[in-house]
Every structure is written in C-alpha cells, then in structure tokens.
Design a protein around this ligand. Structure first.
Ligand code: NAD
Length: 327
C-alpha cells in the first residue's frame, strides 16, 4: 500500500479474512485510518478498535457516501458470497460478487480511489483445468456460480487497470485456515471445523472424502500476501487481479493424521455432501511462480507448522473459556 495520508475502506470486514486483515492494517496505518464495513455486525474487538460502518456493497450510493465521507484512497474489497452458500443462493452470489465489485470499481474510478484489492479464488478453475500444479495462465471454466463470478471479477478488475489505469490487485486464494473467525460458507471450511471439533470432541465428520486434496493457506500467510501484493512496485507486475498463491496442499486424511500426531485419540469419519462435487472441480495444487517472481511471494506455514499453531491457539482459547464454536 503506497497511499498513507487518507483512509482505507475494508468491505466484508466482519468475515473470516476481514476480521484479521483490519487489525493488521490498523497496526500498519493507524486505527483511525482503516474503516471497517460490512452488512453484518463485526466482533466487538474489531468494532472497538476503530471506525465501523454498516455498508451494503450492492448500494452504489452508500458506497460513494462512505468513500467521500472518509476520503478513502484504498479499498480492500472482501464482501462476497462464497462457494457453498453461492450454490444455495446463486442470484445473491451474482448480485453481491459482480454488482458489488462493479460498484466498488466504478465508485473508485469516479471518486479518485487510488488502489483496490479484490481477492479471487481457486474456484476460477474447473474440471477442464490441469489439477496438479495448476498454471497461472490456464483454462478458466468453473462449474459453480461463485467461480463464474470470480472469473468475471478478475476480468473486470483487469479491464479497469487497462482502461482507466486504476491500480487493482488480487490473489486467487486457496482455502484459508484461521482460528479467529469461522469461515463463511466455503468448500474448504472443513479444514477449519476439524480443528475446533478435534479440540472440543476429539472427533470430526468430514463433508469431503478422505483422499480429496486441495490447496490451502494459513491466515498469517494470507494477510502477508495481501499486504505484500498491495505494497509491490506496480511496474514489476505483469499480472494484476489473478495471482495464483498457495502455501500447502493436503487431503482430508492427511490433515487428520497430522492432528493425530498431537491428539492421538482424535478420530475422523467421512460423509461427503454436495461440496464434494465442488472440491472435485478444483485443483489439488497450484503453481504460484508468477507471484514469487513479480512480488516475491513466499509462504511461512506448511501443514505441520500450521497444525501445531492452530491446535496451540485453540487449546489456549478453550482453557480461557474463549472458544466460540456453534458445533
Ligand atoms: P466471509 O464469508 O467470511 O466474509 C464475507 C463478508 O462479506 C461477510 O462478513 C458478509 O457479511 C459480507 N457481505 C456479504 N454480502 C455483503 C454485502 N452485500 N455488502 C457488504 N458486505 C457483505 O468471506 P472471507 O473468507 O472473509 O472472504 C473474503 C474474500 O476472500 C471473498 O472475496 C472470498 O471470495 C475470498 N476468498 C476467501 C477464501 C477463504 O477460504 N476464506 C478463499 C478464496 C477466496
């Protein structure tokens, strides 16, 4: 992020990534410089640490008002409907993911916002895409509405870079694993739920098959990638809104056996549901060499390190009576 004097707006700030990105940005730029916004109420800690606005990104007027009121110069646009929820509510997914993004880009163009971050996803890929070490530039033929909106979103963002010289950047995130806020309806949510169930019940029923292998990333690496990409020298970037990024790939069974190294009495069984078909259409592993070449991307966490840290943090929360989990 090169813009330091005016404010940053984070949309979808109450979600899994936003609830940790906002504190990270507030640490760098100052609490008052980062406006958190969402249609949903944020955690109290986020609300108390700086400005928060109720903001629906499908309303261009509300978005424009917030940008003007706060003299916003950069937007981290995280508001979205994710893959599993999107399959239940496809029209809503389109409305939020496409019309919301269009509003963000148009308002940015009209009101002089300098920089926009918009995450994409491995959901842009589909069954026709090579599944192992999926290349940066390859076939994008998703089977989910979420994937359709992410492909269109990438192209829309790149169009604004070329047509209007708007500085828009984004990564194709794999499944994000975190211990602060529960994920919001994605296909990789099992890789978070498994840790809570392991700590609380010592057993977990997985909604994907044991051999299902997907690319993943621990939240500290996700935050690092966003901050590093936004700070990268624009002239070095050949891609803009669609960087493949990854940190690890594992199957559900491999994750379970890594957890068992710490909790030997942990057990898992498998009851695949509609999310299996979504997972089967996604890559097993990702080639992120473009991100490494163009902005020096390098993850810190592999499966073993992430698992140890997740279990340590969640166990500490359990002992302090702070483990919040609906299951
Ligand atoms: P999330 O579902 O946890 O959070 C999304 C937030 O957007 C929610 O707090 C929700 O209330 C808000 N929102 C929904 N509709 C809105 C609207 N109309 N106006 C304003 N806010 C609205 O999602 P997340 O995991 O934090 O994902 C953030 C971004 O990262 C999304 O673009 C998502 O597609 C992308 N991503 C996430 C993952 C992952 O594993 N978490 C992986 C790939 C890409």
């Amino acid at each position: 992020m090169t813009v330091e004097t005016e404010t940053i707006l984070v949309t979808g700030a109450s979600g899994q990534i936003g609830s940790e990105l906002v504190p990270a940005l507030r640490k760098i730029f100052g609490p008052d410089k980062v406006i958190a916004s969402d249609v949903a109420e944020p955690a109290l800690s986020l609300k108390n640490s700086g400005p928060f606005e109720r903001l629906d990104v499908t309303s261009r007027e509300d978005l424009a008002r917030a940008i003007k009121n706060h003299r916003v110069k950069a937007i981290y646009h995280l508001a979205a409907i994710l893959s599993a929820t999107g399959e239940k509510f496809p029209q809503k997914a389109w409305e939020v993911n496409i019309n919301g993004l269009y509003n963000v880009l148009e308002a940015s163009r009209e009101l002089g916002v300098k920089q926009v971050f918009c995450p994409s996803s491995i959901a842009v890929f589909g069954p026709a895409t090579p599944r192992i070490n999926t290349p940066q530039d390859t076939i994008l033929s998703p089977t989910t509405i979420y994937g359709v909106t992410k492909v269109a979103g990438e192209h829309l963002c790149d169009y604004y870079v070329k047509k209007y010289s708007l500085d828009v950047r984004g990564c194709r995130f794999p499944g994000i694993i975190s211990n602060e806020t529960l994920p919001g309806g994605g296909t990789t949510d099992y890789a978070v739920a498994i840790f809570y169930e392991a700590i609380i019940h010592r057993k977990y029923t997985c909604f994907l098959k044991p051999e299902t292998r997907l690319p993943m990333m621990y939240m500290p690496d996700c935050l690092k990638s966003i901050i590093q990409l936004m700070a990268a020298d624009f002239s070095r970037l050949k891609h803009h809104s669609n960087f493949n990024v990854t940190a690890m790939s594992f199957s559900a069974a491999e994750l379970a056996s890594e957890i068992k190294k710490h909790l030997p009495d942990f057990s898992i069984d498998y009851r695949p549901d509609f999310r299996q078909a979504i997972a089967d259409s996604w890559p097993e592993s990702i080639d992120d060499s473009a991100a490494r070449e163009e902005w020096d991307w390098q993850p810190d966490y592999d499966l073993a390190r992430m698992t140890a840290d997740m279990l340590r943090v969640l166990e500490e929360k359990r002992q302090q009576g702070k483990l919040v989990y609906p299951g």
